[in-house]
Design a protein around this ligand. Structure first.
Ligand SMILES: CC(C)(COP(=O)(O)OP(=O)(O)OC[C@H]1O[C@@H](n2cnc3c(N)ncnc32)[C@H](O)[C@@H]1OP(=O)(O)O)[C@@H](O)C(=O)NCCC(=O)NCCS
Length: 291
């Protein structure tokens, strides 16, 4: 399917001049050469840059908290304010898309409180934090207003494009992250580069049924999220291992976790398969061919 057409038909908000990417990053953490690593012409609009340490920007942060807390409320993981400040704003990079406040549709305004004097209202949030492992960033948070808007008011692709923008802008080549088995977010996370499962079960986390992943970021395949075409490159490189993870069966997670610990991996997930399956359906575990 032609991605340009999909953007025109379904990702209509993306060309709206009143919706722009934002970067909410303290001065010292600003990226010196944004967008230099990945060849991609999607993000031609200049982002608005906001300083989270500037008191005038507090309403922007309040909107972020509000959206995040509604999005993560159902999974009991709303982000405490100190976590955002200590673990995201100080060490990391925060971004997303924002709507010019005085141009927002009434249906959207009705879903949000008014946090006061501010030019733009954030619609999504993506946080990445650099790790001690050289070159690796950890994706710490991703959410969008789509999680609480009626289907007809949603901004199709907002969550996906928020993470894509952050990875592109910050020149991220290796990205790890955590999400819960069976989460819709896995459909997004698996599309930024072949997704290695580095942990299949995480009882150290507040949700043990968490998958920990790592991906070598490859912007060439991002359009597959929209086209829903099969990732042929993935099928050339990997084959089914014969193992599966069942998002409703903790035992299957522990089994794969033990195999990872026994160095029987590396194990990967197939993005096309995840996209086409129900959230609760078992997922095939892949390994590199001839391994
Ligand atoms: C998960 C989340 C970030 C996705 O962002 P989004 O803006 O809703 O999603 P996008 O518009 O970018 O992408 C839409 C696609 O995502 C998938 N998707 C999103 N929500 C879905 C759901 N509830 N069920 C199934 N698939 C879903 C589908 O593939 C959909 O495309 P399709 O309609 O053509 O099938 C957002 O719903 C959210 O904030 N959720 C709550 C917080 C959360 O769980 N964050 C992830 C933590 S790792």
């Amino acid at each position: 399917m032609d991605v340009t057409q999909i953007f025109q038909d379904k990702v209509t908000w993306f060309q709206n001049p009143d919706i722009v990417p934002y970067v909410f990053v303290r001065d010292e953490n600003l990226i010196s050469q944004p967008g230099k690593k990945h060849r991609l012409d999607w993000f031609s609009k200049a982002p608005i840059i906001k300083d989270p340490l500037d008191l005038k920007e507090l309403p922007f942060a309040e909107y972020i908290y509000h959206i995040e807390n509604i999005a993560f409320g159902p999974s009991a993981m709303p982000m405490p304010r100190w976590v955002f400040y200590d673990c995201a704003v100080m060490p990391g990079f925060v971004c997303g898309f924002a709507y010019k406040k005085d141009k927002m549709p009434t249906s959207l305004k009705a879903k949000l409180p008014d946090f006061g004097d501010i030019d733009y209202v954030p619609l999504s949030l993506f946080i990445i934090i650099p790790t001690m492992h050289k070159g690796e960033w950890v994706a710490h948070n991703l959410c969008s207003v789509n999680s609480f808007l009626d289907k007809s008011d949603q901004f199709y692709g907002l969550g996906f494009l928020s993470k894509a923008f952050g990875l592109w802008y910050a020149n991220v080549e290796l990205c790890s992250g955590m999400t819960q088995w069976g989460s819709p977010a896995l459909k997004l996370h698996s599309h930024y580069g072949h997704l290695e499962v580095i942990g299949a079960y995480a009882p150290v986390h507040s949700h043990a049924k968490t998958v920990t992943y790592r991906a070598q970021v490859n912007a060439n395949t991002w359009e597959l999220f929209f086209s829903k075409d099969v990732d042929l490159e993935f099928l050339e490189q990997y084959e089914k291992s014969g193992f599966e993870i069942n998002p409703t069966d903790e035992k299957s997670m522990i089994e794969i976790q033990n195999k990872i610990q026994n160095n029987e991996g590396p194990f990967y997930l197939n993005a096309s398969e995840i996209l086409s399956k129900d959230l609760k359906a078992p997922l095939s575990i892949y390994r590199p061919k001839g391994y």
